[in-house]
Design a protein around this ligand. Structure first.
Ligand SMILES: Nc1ncnc2c1ncn2[C@@H]1O[C@H](COP(=O)(O)OP(=O)(O)OP(=O)(O)O)[C@@H](O)[C@H]1O
Length: 631
């Protein structure tokens, strides 16, 4: 194993081993939990069961030796009847030793199972919770497919490491020590020497070869994650793939990723062959040397035939777990590597954390104030450059402006997905950075630009706004969001499944589900981010009136492209290049003949053109009747 010298000349573990050691340390806290004396007791009982089973199995070769010697007539002199009794007793002892060994092994496994499973569950839960604590920036940068794979492999890794370390490595070590002592005491130091050299060579080769294989395995894992992420991403975007008829391109991309996996998988199999062959060669060399030595001993009369059998049985007995130890080492190293990846996720610090002593947000108004807010996602590219405005309690302020001006960024900052670079955002005078995130988010309702739904029923998705809401409340919220009549037309009504990410619903329907769940949440602050972008004019008007009712007594920030939806706002802010270009009511801004007025007239022309096109199409259909498919 590679060691590096530290600056003071002290040996220091390499980065790789350091990480491995800290993984083992971290894992130990899960295997020996502070607050679970029952699990600690189980660990101790499992170790006791292990020792008993190992002592039992050590008796087996002695039983063999006794049987062979007594049958060979080499047993100590005694009455003839003993000649028959001894082998029979020994045969029974042999059987009992095996039964004992098997029984205590099973007891050990059963005792340890709950310790291992408890560790798996606790770690998986903590990682899952931690994923939700991590910031938006982290999730945008990671691919979900890859992330879930890391967690899956990590939890499997714990099972592997726990099983093999506690249930196989320790027993093998105990067994080796016992056999070593027996060899030295009964046959002399030369036999012990051959045993130690054989085992050392075996382990050295196994570890070297396994480390080589682990690097191949890492490549294979990477290709596997890559292929999996590509497949998930591609399938999630299957509509887009179809729009562009890019199925072949997607298949090619996936195949390229799989080709990488194929190459590493073949290397893994080749290296396994090398490893297995090397192990067998080393072990049988040791066996041959000891057999020659013991045959010599028998010929010279120093050893009995039973001794020869005893030595061979012990060697085979050591070989069985040793053979396994090669596999165990590989599995443990691999398991630890996978767990290390999971611990790395757990080590990720959330970008946004509650300040020590942060208090819950106390809402009275609520009055929202953006005070000279500067913000950048990447330091080199400022997005907001000194934005200041106030939303008085119960008022609606709309933000409009060209695409990319930073409108949605305002809502992300208000939710505290990111912290402002400088300046401050306050609600009723409390800086967002001083209050708990949970209390802040509990008081804001959001209808986002792209609504993504859970792959569950419509009722589940609406109730997500307030999980304790009853059916009647869910129905009322759906009616207020104008989605009730649509749900009534579905054969399964509120129990209809919405499909992955809500794909079975249209954009407008999804948005209305999002509105319904926000209505159910009934927060004092609302953010409507382009809430009506996916709706036709009629539904837009219906929803607009529903939203007007919902936002009537709430402090509301509307982020909009369609100016028609914000004419009633108490104030309209026109954002351009991260700065406020204009502000005022709809009529103030029209009178000013500036950017807003230009946007207004452009949108009106576009809407009128759309209307004309619709009328022409409707007239044509009236004249000709509905289009028919020619036969
Ligand atoms: N997570 C991010 N990392 C880096 N840049 C980002 C991120 N999110 C948004 N941006 C950039 O910040 C700028 C402002 O984005 P924002 O979403 O606030 O614009 P917007 O005014 O809401 O635009 P639109 O009307 O098109 O939705 C854009 O140029 C966008 O590319």
């Amino acid at each position: 194993m590679v060691q590096q010298n530290g600056p003071a000349g002290k040996p220091k573990v390499s980065g790789d081993e350091g990480a491995l050691l800290s993984t083992v340390r971290n894992l130990w806290t899960y295997m020996w939990p502070d607050n679970r004396p029952d699990l600690r007791l189980r660990v101790m009982l499992a170790i006791a069961a292990l020792l008993v089973s190992k002592v039992a199995i050590t008796l087996v070769p002695f039983a063999y030796k006794g049987i062979v010697d007594s049958l060979d007539g080499a047993a100590p002199d005694g009455p003839l009847v003993m000649g028959l009794a001894v082998p029979i007793v020994l045969v029974i002892a042999y059987g009992l030793a095996n039964v004992f060994d098997a029984g205590f092994q099973q007891l050990r496994d059963v005792l340890f199972a709950s310790v291992g499973q408890h560790a798996v569950r606790r770690l998986a839960n903590e990682t899952f919770e931690h994923m939700h604590r991590l910031s938006l920036r982290f999730h945008l940068a990671r691919r979900t497919g890859g992330l879930s794979r890391v967690i899956e492999r990590g939890t499997k890794g714990i099972e592997t490491v726990v099983r093999f370390t506690m249930l196989n490595t320790a027993p093998t070590l105990v067994e080796f020590i016992i056999v070593g002592i027996i060899f030295a005491v009964m046959f002399g130091i030369s036999y012990l020497g051959v045993l130690v050299v054989t085992v050392w060579a075996y382990l050295y080769f196994t570890i070297k070869a396994s480390n080589w294989r682990i690097s191949i395995r890492r490549d294979m894992n990477m290709s596997d994650t890559d292929a999996n992420s590509k497949a998930i991403d591609s399938l999630l975007n299957f509509e887009t793939v179809k729009y562009f008829a890019n199925e072949k391109m997607e298949a090619r991309r996936f195949d390229e990723a799989m080709a990488g996996y194929e190459r590493s998988a073949i290397r893994i199999w080749t290296s396994l062959g090398v490893l297995n062959f090397g192990q067998a060669a080393i072990f049988y060399t040791g066996l041959i040397v000891i057999s020659i030595m013991s045959v010599n001993g028998v010929m010279s009369g120093a050893l009995t035939l039973g001794d020869f059998v005893l030595l061979n049985t012990f060697l085979m007995q050591v070989y069985r777990p040793l053979n396994f130890i090669g596999f165990v080492y590989r599995e443990i190293r691999q398991g630890l590597t996978d767990i290390e990846e999971m611990f790395k996720l757990l080590d990720q610090k959330p970008e946004i954390e509650d300040r020590p002593g942060a208090k819950p947000l106390a809402v009275t108004g609520p009055v929202i104030r953006f005070n000279d807010v500067h913000f950048a996602y990447d330091a080199e590219r400022p997005i907001l450059k000194g934005v200041s405005f106030e939303i008085p309690a119960g008022h609606t302020v709309a933000v409009v402006g060209p695409s990319g001006a930073g409108k949605s960024t305002l809502s992300r900052l208000l939710y505290r997905f990111y912290d402002v670079g400088s300046g401050a955002i306050t609600i009723d005078g409390q800086d967002l950075r001083d209050v708990t995130q949970e209390s802040l988010r509990a008081r804001i309702g959001m209808v986002p630009q792209d609504t993504v739904l859970f792959n569950d029923s419509i009722a589940y998705n609406i109730r997500y706004g307030r999980p304790d809401a009853n059916d009647e409340e869910v129905r009322r919220a759906a009616d207020m969001a104008q989605i009730g009549p649509f749900i009534a037309t579905l054969p399964k009504g509120y129990d209809s499944q919405v499909g992955e990410r809500g794909l079975k619903l249209s954009g407008g329907e999804k948005q209305r589900v999002a509105i319904a769940r926000t209505i159910l949440k009934a927060p004092p602050i609302l953010i409507l981010d382009e809430a009506t972008s996916a709706l036709d004019t009629k539904t837009e008007q219906d929803i607009q009136s529903a939203l007007d009712v919902v936002s009537a007594n709430r402090t509301t920030l509307v982020i909009a492209h369609r100016l028609s939806t914000v004419v009633n706002a108490n104030e309209i802010i026109v954002l351009k290049d991260g700065q406020i270009a204009e502000r005022g009511t709809h009529f103030d801004l029209l009178g000013r003949q500036g950017l807003y007025a230009q946007m207004w007239s452009r949108q009106r022309e576009a809407t009128e053109a759309e209307e004309r096109a619709r009328r022409v199409a409707a007239d044509a259909e009236g004249l000709l009747g509905p289009a028919r498919t020619s036969v």
